[in-house]
Write a protein that binds this ligand. Structure first.
Ligand code: HEC
Ligand code: HEC
Ligand code: HEC
Ligand code: HEC
Ligand code: HEC
Length: 245
């Protein structure tokens, strides 16, 4: 394997902790580990790779060791109940960094079913084991119907969260634009931070799967953000001159 080249290439797409991980350096080489390439590609596209979180964050092992067996020491395959990536252990492994989502998830019927019968979804059921993206509404609906025959309202709830996100973006760009031309944006900044925290807690609450509450909170976040954005646009037009594009 051409170690130096691998490190150089890694530096280009990651630049975070992943760049120093021996796991990444070795697994990156398709020649060295042909059948694992698919997993590696998933990781490389994931938000974890971008954030510099590498394989050992979930699998364990020792990412400072260049030798395979030294690096794999203590790492177990996902079929082993003691593995950090065994399906019932996944929420705890992810929860080390995503505590709010894990805590919300713990309150859900899904967590209870996962612990009791193994039939509840765990984090990777919905996020993928390594791609770990946030699903689009239609993908999500398909995931729910793997287990639920009746509609779960996941589609409409996720759409509503996405709508709230768009409204937040509208307000955020509005605030930036207006403050550049000297409009007083204090009130809208406050509204933005309120709506943002409503939106973020809805995203976390989602993991309790109490859809009515999530739907309500996300609609409220969208309403607040859109109201403030409209107020701001009015202020801008009264401020004189057209807002800069
Ligand atoms: C020097 C190369 C090398 C390093 C370093 C390395 N691996 Fe591997 N890894 C391999 C190869 C090759 C395989 C294929 C199975 C085998 O030969 O053991 C593998 C297999 C695996 C598997 C699948 C195991 C299974 O039971 O199927 C996982 C998971 C894994 N590695 C994770 C890691 C993690 C996490 C690290 C860092 C802490 C790491 N690897 C470091 C080369 C490496
Ligand atoms: C965010 C957590 C996470 C990260 C980061 C991650 N994995 Fe995984 N990986 C998992 C989970 C969970 C599984 C268990 C299978 C499943 O649920 O899809 C798994 C399964 C695997 C497997 C199949 C063998 C097994 O034990 O099931 C391999 C090989 C593997 N990962 C390699 C890697 C490599 C190489 C990296 C880094 C480039 C990496 N993983 C990064 C979570 C992760
Ligand atoms: C070592 C810490 C760590 C572990 C373990 C970890 N993550 Fe992450 N995760 C991060 C960081 C850092 C980010 C990128 C910044 C962010 O969005 O919070 C991220 C991003 C994400 C995102 C994208 C969030 C977004 O807003 O787009 C999802 C989804 C996610 N992780 C799910 C998981 C799942 C599922 C697991 C377990 C299989 C897991 N993570 C394990 C640190 C971790
Ligand atoms: C049944 C499906 C499902 C399960 C199980 C699930 N999630 Fe999520 N998760 C989602 C959806 C859908 C979103 C997007 C919500 C949004 O747009 O804010 C999300 C969002 C996230 C985010 C992005 C930030 C946020 O809170 O909005 C992270 C991080 C995350 N989940 C981590 C986890 C972790 C960790 C677990 C396991 C403890 C988990 N998820 C279990 C479906 C799921
Ligand atoms: C791996 C299987 C599986 C997946 C995937 C799954 N669920 Fe479930 N879910 C269950 C099981 C098992 C129960 C408990 C038995 C029941 O109520 O049907 C449950 C219960 C629920 C409940 C009732 C909660 C309560 O407090 O009574 C809701 C709501 C729910 N799921 C929503 C969803 C949504 C939304 C999705 C997709 C984002 C989803 N589920 C994906 C297995 C799953």
């Amino acid at each position: 394997m051409h170690g130096a080249i691998v490190w150089a290439v890694l530096g280009l797409f990651s630049g975070g902790a992943g760049a120093e991980s021996s796991c990444v350096a070795c697994h990156e080489s398709a020649g060295a580990v042909p059948y694992l390439e698919h997993n590696f590609e998933d990781w490389k596209r994931s938000p974890h790779a971008k954030a510099g979180e590498s394989c050992e964050a979930c699998h364990g092992g020792d990412a400072s060791k260049l030798d395979k067996s030294a690096a794999h020491a203590g790492m177990l395959p996902s079929t082993d109940p003691k593995s950090r990536v065994y399906f019932t252990k996944v929420p705890g492994t992810c929860g080390a960094c995503h505590a709010a989502e894990e805590n919300a998830f713990k309150k859900s019927r899904h967590a209870a079913e996962l612990a009791r019968t193994g039939k509840g979804p765990n984090c990777v059921t919905c996020h993928g084991s390594m791609a770990n993206h946030v699903l689009a509404p239609r993908e999500l609906e398909m995931t729910c119907t793997l287990c639920h025959r009746k509609p779960t309202r996941a589609y409409v709830t996720l759409l509503s969260l996405n709508t709230a996100e768009q409204a937040l973006r509208r307000l955020e760009t509005g605030v930036e634009r207006a403050s550049r031309v000297g409009v007083d944006v204090k009130a809208q900044e406050t509204a933005l931070s309120h709506a943002k925290s409503l939106y973020y807690s809805a995203g976390v609450e989602w993991h309790t799967f109490k859809m009515d509450a999530v739907l309500k909170a996300s609609q409220e976040a969208a309403r607040q953000a859109n109201t403030a954005a409209s107020e701001l646009e009015l202020k801008e037009s009264q401020h004189g001159g057209k807002p800069k594009p």
